[in-house]
Design a protein around this ligand. Sequence first.
Ligand code: ZN
Length: 311
Amino acid sequence: MRIYVNDVAVRDGFQIEPHFIPTATKVEVVNQLSRTGLHKIEVTSFVSAKAVPALADAREVLAAIDRVPGVIYVALVPNLRGVHDAAASPARPDEVNGVMSASETHNRANINRTHEQSLADMPAMIRAAHDAGMKITMSLSTSFGCPFEGRVHEDAVLDFVARFRDLGFDGISLADTTGMANPRQVRSLTAKVLERFPPPDETFYTLHFHNTRGMGLANVVAGIEAGVRSFDGSVSGLGGCPFAPGATGNICTEDLVNMLEDMGCDTRVDLAKLLAVARRIPQVVGHDVPGQVMKAGQTLELHEPPARLRS
Ligand code: ZN
């Protein structure tokens, strides 16, 4: 079974680092990730430099990276202005990804807009992206729970999915922004989404999980069982939760690939190369990271038996 793996570390992970990651370092990490076989790489965000100084070098990063054919380079755009900025960038991303939260309170906290304001901008965002030759996807944050409002009703998510599809987005991502999803809930919601709104292709729906409470990979398995084929991760598990300092963020890409390959899925990712990238990240950020396989080694990386068992 083919599973598509995307990495968001350079945007989602570096974004919350307290010190600025130099542009050249971002470019180097993207270039290394580009050669591992990943499907998409989220490179940066076209967001106000005042709001997110960590990503103020969006244009420079996009202009400097080597583009490997077949890899889709993505930039996050929080609003219409972001799409215009991405379109005006001398080196455009292949795809831009908008964000809206399923919970109204989180939407206002995160991007300072009501649902109606977010929805009202979407037709213009789609037009501007397509006019510039970019694909545009929409991420629905807090699809499985909101840190302010609690559980998000399935019908609310289904309703947004229907609207996004009707508007003409090229893909939809359901994000568990603060790690509140559990596998049973994931299976239930994603099965309904796939049944009611069948995707035009295998990568139309993506699941974006955080491992905040240790359920990240279990949620991936639940998503696969329901029929989803595209998943986000962050190399070395880089990233965090803006509402819980010190909490783990995105699921770790190489842990995800290790699990999927062990399960017999075909990710097309070179795990050894991906692990080499992951093992450099602690140096880049100056602290430990949550990745587990980078510490334990791949499942079938065998060890010498104790000397007394050797003849
Ligand atoms: Zn995330």
